[in-house]
Design a protein around this ligand. Structure first.
Ligand code: F0G
Length: 456
């Protein structure tokens, strides 16, 4: 029996199958690298039973609502609460959960005024247990890693995946191996992986180099791959969209905007939207748009220069280190999602990212730089007329403000762009900066500062 068989112990028989996204080959097992045995492309999980007996949408909605009242750990998870649309477990106790999901949907009144879109909201995935959206996928994929009998799990990461994987592996009694680009991820993400007990390797390469190496490693060593190539990850991440639509009382918004890096998240949200529409949970599809940093714009270029037909990889460079990815693994899935939902793909500059991040911070919400590309992208999509001011917009904030304190401090102190070509242009962000003020410890000095601040 393959370690990735759908008939592994603990997995409910015939509940799901693997399907190749390119040639459509269906299979009950997957190899270590989660690639199609026939053509080598990526796999996705499908649920043949839905065709025979489609779940009743009204019943699903009430089941999910009722589970919120339960004190069972599996029901308190904002991911497993939606388990009717996930690969099924034989018993609820098998789930490795930290109570992920259940993230708030915030209104953004100040950003709404800035952009001129009154119905603007943020789904804050940075309020997950390890501070990023990765937890929603990790609870499912780590659970299936343990069911398949693996002792070791591994990932390549720009920081958040590794933090999340290390936590879920630790909770599930597994060891974890992390491959990160040396010096190119934030210290706070690195420190999470260390604290959760991962074996952490800082490789002298970039994220794309780490991922290449991981894909070779899983073919040689008995480690389970937990990057978003792993289709179980995307099933868990799907629940972001389910929870969002539930929060909106199943009334689809006009637009959902997400950051794009390795493109797993956009693929997962798109899959969820398609499934919800197919099952009759929602009456129409929101447009899902993907925003990239200009210096890591592989999907933008792939669409503009190759019509989405072949990947144009780039040498990625951006201060939004979470999306410093030049060779996105799930690009084909993302292209399909953009086509299916009629979404757009845009890029934003480093200055636009820093500005949007400060504007989200000033709402009392905050996020990490990669998440702020969504607000910066919205401004562009509005200018282009793709988003209309009267439409409703959800920004997916993927990571917590505390994930990258260096960026935030650098911005407010005024040294983020020092010595870079953006230095003079960044002066226009000065009104948004709130640098720390060093004073003598006297009442007078503090009162004077207060009075000055009141005038500004
Ligand atoms: N936002 C944050 C905060 C991220 O950490 C990532 C990806 C993305 C957006 C992009 O999502 O890759 O699904 O398109 N971080 C990965 C990591 C690659 O290793 O933590 P994506």
């Amino acid at each position: 029996m393959s370690p990735f068989s759908t008939s592994a112990p603990g997995v409910r028989q015939a509940a799901f199958r693997f399907r190749c996204i390119a040639c459509g080959t269906l299979n009950d097992s997957a190899s270590q690298d989660f690639r199609c045995a026939n053509c080598g492309d990526l796999l996705e999980i499908t649920y043949p039973r839905w065709k025979e007996a489609s779940p009743d949408p009204a019943k699903l909605k009430s089941t999910w609502r009722n589970r919120r009242l339960s004190s069972e750990p599996i029901d308190q998870s904002g991911v497993w609460r939606f388990r009717d649309l996930l690969p099924a477990l034989e018993s609820d106790e098998q789930a490795i959960t930290l109570g992920e999901g259940n993230t708030p949907l915030y209104e953004l009144p100040q950003c709404a005024r800035i952009t001129g879109v009154p119905r603007l909201f943020a789904k804050h995935q940075g309020l997950n247990p390890t501070g990023s959206f990765k937890d929603a996928g990790m609870t499912v994929a780590a659970t299936f890693a343990r069911l398949a009998g693996f002792r070791w799990v591994a990932c390549a990461s720009t920081g958040n995946t590794s933090a999340s994987m290390a936590a879920y592996a630790a909770r599930g009694g597994m060891r974890s191996l992390v491959l990160v680009p040396d010096g190119k991820i934030s210290w706070s993400k690195l420190s999470q992986a260390l604290d959760y007990g991962a074996v952490t390797c800082q490789l002298r390469t970039d994220f794309d180099g780490c991922l290449r190496l991981l894909q070779q490693l899983v073919l040689r060593a008995p480690v389970y791959q937990l990057n978003s190539i792993n289709p179980f990850r995307l099933e868990g991440q799907k629940t972001l969209a389910l929870e969002l639509l539930e929060q909106l009382d199943w009334q689809p918004p006009d637009h959902i905007i997400v950051p794009g890096g390795n493109l797993g998240n956009s693929s997962a949200i798109g899959k969820a939207l398609g499934e919800m529409h197919g099952l009759g949970l929602i009456s129409r599809l929101p447009k899902l748009s993907v925003i990239q940093a200009e210096g890591a714009n592989a999907l933008v270029r792939t669409l503009r220069e190759a019509g989405g037909q072949r990947l144009i990889s780039v040498q990625a460079e951006t201060r939004a280190t979470a999306v410093r990815i030049g060779n996105p693994a799930s690009w084909k899935k993302a292209v399909k999602v953009l086509e299916a939902t009629s979404g757009a793909c845009e890029q934003v500059t480093e200055i636009e990212i820093a500005q949007a991040k400060a504007e989200i911070g000033a709402e009392g919400i905050g996020c990490e730089p990669a998440s702020a590309v969504t607000l910066a992208g919205l401004k562009k999509l509005l200018k282009q007329g793709f988003v209309k001011p009267e439409e409703s917009v959800i920004l997916v904030l993927t990571g917590n403000l505390l994930k990258d304190p260096d960026f935030t401090l650098g911005f407010h102190r005024g040294d983020l762009f020092r010595g870079t070509p953006d230095e003079s242009a960044s002066a226009r962000l000065d009104p948004l900066r709130r640098p720390p003020i060093v004073l003598d410890a006297t009442l007078d000095a503090v009162i004077r500062t207060l009075e000055q601040a009141e005038k500004s």
